[in-house]
Design a binder for this molecule. Structure first.
Ligand SMILES: Nc1ncnc2c1ncn2[C@@H]1O[C@H](COP(=O)(O)OP(=O)(O)OP(=O)(O)O)[C@@H](O)[C@H]1O
Length: 347
């Protein structure tokens, strides 16, 4: 089902073994990333999904050579991120969480000079610039100094700048944070196109479930510095299965129905009053048979609802917490964003 396993002909473009990063804060050790083993093949589109503070940015910053691993190794484009930093940097594009554009410049000029710096002809540079301005809804703001753009407009410009050079491996750290839904969709479209048309390997972080789901490809779920799942969104969801909710005539009937539902392979069953919730792989397919059985047994179902699983259900099942709630309540880790150390000059 999943197509992300390395093909023997090419080998991975990103490989980590036991990749680990600790921080020390107030004499306490924070294990931001704990023993990550990962292989990403050329042309994959991978989303790291996890709540704030899960270790997504730290992983990306190690892979882009901005910070050094505490232990373990990582190779990007065949180069070691600690021994061969310059070579790694030449091979990748990176859009961090901060702002990339110079404040006094105009957005259009920033894009143009980036495009020229990456070797595009004047004509191609102009075409690429206009295309990106259009794609990110920036055309009418393109002649304003960056300092006078809104936060969302600046974020869009950052991502556009990261896309100018069309690198073979592109890292995007929370590219759509701060974007409105329309621009988020535009961005996803750009990312998908880059991946599909040019075969660019793309690794991005997100805490938006919808984004990881929509970009599909491969989703790596990270929590507390560890990889807790790694597959396509579709596979992660289908392994969890559909939620089938049955309404019975009485609580006693509900208990009887639950006992029957419990026999389905892989079923997780709970009863609330007259309602039976059943989560099972292929729950949708099993539901009609179950309903028929219950009718025969004299405990008929009065109402049934089948809901497909979401990635949030997947996260909830793995961690016992909802990713949505985790992101709403766990804002404390956000405060440290600017305190990130930078070892050596930026890429
Ligand atoms: N420079 C730093 N010094 C100390 N602790 C840090 C530093 N950078 C990150 N951390 C801690 O490491 C853990 C992982 O942080 P990281 O930024 O990698 O998470 P994240 O999943 O990217 O979250 P976010 O979505 O908020 O960026 C958090 O507990 C964070 O507070």
């Amino acid at each position: 089902m999943s197509n992300h396993h390395t093909s023997p002909a090419t080998g991975p473009v990103i490989r980590t073994v036991g990749l680990t990063r600790h921080y020390t804060r107030n004499k306490q050790t924070i294990e931001a990333v704990r023993g990550l083993d990962l292989e990403i093949a050329p042309g994959e589109l991978v989303a790291f999904l996890g709540p704030n503070g899960a270790g997504k940015s730290t992983t990306l910053r190690m892979l882009t050579t901005l910070i050094a691993p505490t232990s373990g190794t990582a190779e990007v484009a065949g180069f070691d991120v600690t021994k061969d930093r310059a070579a790694v940097r030449r091979s990748i594009g990176y859009v961090g969480q901060g702002n990339a554009a110079g404040h006094q410049y105009r957005g259009r000029d920033e894009l143009l000079s980036q495009a020229r710096a990456h070797g595009l002809s004047r004509r191609d540079a102009r075409a690429r610039t206009e295309e990106l301005l259009e794609a990110f809804d920036l055309t009418e703001h393109a002649d304003r100094p960056v300092s006078r753009l809104s936060g969302g407009q600046r974020r869009r410009l950052d991502v556009a700048i990261g896309l100018v050079q069309e690198p073979t491996i592109l890292f995007l750290d929370e590219p759509s944070t701060g974007l409105d839904p329309q621009n988020r969709v535009n961005l996803q479209e750009q990312v998908r196109r880059l991946n599909a048309d040019l075969g660019t390997t793309i690794v991005l972080t997100t805490h938006y479930l919808e984004e990881a789901d929509a970009l599909a490809g491969r989703v790596i779920v990270i929590d507390h510095g560890r990889m807790i799942a790694d597959d396509t969104a579709a596979a992660l969801k289908s392994a969890l299965g559909d939620l089938v909710s049955l309404e019975l005539a009485s609580p006693d009937d509900a208990l009887a129905a639950a006992r029957r539902a419990d026999r389905l392979p892989g079923a997780q069953v709970s009863v609330t009053g007259t309602r039976v919730d059943l989560r099972a792989p292929f729950g949708r397919d099993a539901a009609p048979g179950l309903v028929a059985d219950l009718a025969t047994a004299g405990t008929p179902v009065t109402r049934m609802e089948v809901v497909g699983p979401t990635l949030d259900d997947v996260f909830l099942n793995l961690t016992g917490r909802s990713l949505r709630e985790t992101n709403q309540t766990d804002q404390s880790d956000q405060t440290d964003q600017t305190g990130n150390e930078l070892e050596g000059e930026a890429a």
